[in-house]
Design a protein around this ligand. Structure first.
Ligand SMILES: [Zn+2]
Length: 122
């Protein structure tokens, strides 16, 4: 028997899980933004020592890197949620084959099968 639709009864828990994940990511992004030294408007420009400036540069770079990572994750989750809505969830966006359910249980935001993802990474 060829399965061409992801079981509906599995979609709604996945959808609520992903929505919750997305909310968590947004919250983390907000929190991490507060750690960005460049956000501190009260700091006196040009009045800090070189050491402090280097530290702030580093802090800003670190926050930016984490934010990038969070953004990447968030957009992947959004993509998966869109595929749930359009009924394409669980199928590879490249080859259209059903994504391994073991893979989906550890990585529910996956929108590609393992082999296509490996191909894309290259
Ligand atoms: Zn594929």
């Amino acid at each position: 028997m060829k399965i061409n639709k992801f079981p509906k009864n599995l979609l709604s828990p996945i959808s609520s899980f992903l929505t919750a994940q997305l909310d968590k990511l947004k919250l983390r992004k907000k929190k991490i933004s507060l750690e960005d030294p460049f956000k501190d408007k009260s700091r006196v420009m040009g009045n800090s020592s070189l050491d402090t400036e280097a530290e702030e540069q580093y802090g800003h770079a670190r926050v930016s890197a984490i934010k990038d990572e969070l953004n990447k994750k968030a957009s992947q989750i959004e993509k998966a949620l869109k595929r749930i809505k359009s009924g394409k969830y669980g199928f590879c966006e490249d080859c259209g084959k059903m994504i391994d359910t073991d893979r989906l249980s550890i990585f529910p935001e996956a929108t590609m099968c393992v082999s296509c993802e490996k191909k894309r990474e290259k």
